[in-house]
Design a protein around this ligand. Sequence first.
Ligand SMILES: NC(=O)C1=CN([C@@H]2O[C@H](COP(=O)(O)OP(=O)(O)OC[C@H]3O[C@@H](n4cnc5c(N)ncnc54)[C@H](OP(=O)(O)O)[C@@H]3O)[C@@H](O)[C@H]2O)C=CC1
Ligand SMILES: O=C(O)C1=N[C@H](C(=O)O)C[C@H](O)C1
Length: 272
Amino acid sequence: MSDMRLIVAGAGGRMGRALVRAIADSKGAVLAGALEAPGSDLLGKDAGVLAGLPANGVKLSADLWAMSKEADGILDFTVPAATIANVAIAAERGIVHVVGTTGLSASDNAVIKSVTNRAVVVQSGNMSLGVNLLAAVVKRVAKALDESFDIEIVESHHRMKVDAPSGTALMLGQAAAAGRGIALDEAHSERGRDGITGARKPGAIGFASLRGGTVAGDHSVTFLGPFERLTLSHQAEDRMLFAHGALKAALWAHGKKPGHYSMADVLGLADI
Ligand SMILES: NC(=O)C1=CN([C@@H]2O[C@H](COP(=O)(O)OP(=O)(O)OC[C@H]3O[C@@H](n4cnc5c(N)ncnc54)[C@H](OP(=O)(O)O)[C@@H]3O)[C@@H](O)[C@H]2O)C=CC1
Ligand SMILES: O=C(O)C1=N[C@H](C(=O)O)C[C@H](O)C1
């Protein structure tokens, strides 16, 4: 099969630059386009140079429709509004859409799901093997422990992160809720505690977020029971981890039938 032609959306961003480097290092993929926001100062710049590589001739553009004519997939780590705009174009073009953007609302997620009867979408709040394994383990442990164990999820990220809780924290919360046989809704979660909060809701899943420095992404899930605590955790050491995961997802999805896939599908962890 010829190399998969990939567009990087948000090519001037932290993940975008990491993705350009991951593609340059890869076997089986080439950079076919670099998307940036309309009005960005980076439009027209070379994607390779921005990523710290030699120039590759791919200039940043805001025109996804034009660049996707000769592409097989798009790696999208941007902002919710951009991802939602990209969903329609990727589906229309019939190209694989790997969605890493977090902070999506329930209605954003519904829009993404709505195209998957005709489009291939791989979506995950975290593209790493370790976190996806952690989610599988969290689900098992939550199933084994009853409500006498409170569940608290703590995440730390770099100072530039704009959404909280992280997509990964929510994914781990979903895994814990699934293990418990509950939905991760308002009745079953506690977010952003401040002031006189009252006692903890029995059975709730709690979230706390730390922001600072250059942390690539730390997550822990603690089960706090009578006289004992169990903590399961993951630390991402570099965002290249997520870039390699996203590239793996695109190559895996190339030629798959339409559907809404997760990183657990890509990694073969869906049945764990
Ligand atoms: N699923 C996973 O494994 C991971 C997910 N993420 C998620 O990826 C997202 C991006 O993270 P990060 O790279 O750190 O953020 P950055 O802010 O560094 O990058 C986002 C980029 O998207 C650009 N952008 C904004 N609007 C558009 C648009 N309409 N079209 C094209 N590009 C646009 C921004 O441009 P401008 O600055 O001009 O607005 C910016 O360059 C976040 O939601 C983050 O949580 C991050 C790491 C791993
Ligand atoms: O914004 C980030 O940096 C990250 N975002 C993702 C999230 O919200 O969980 C994944 C990773 O932790 C890095």
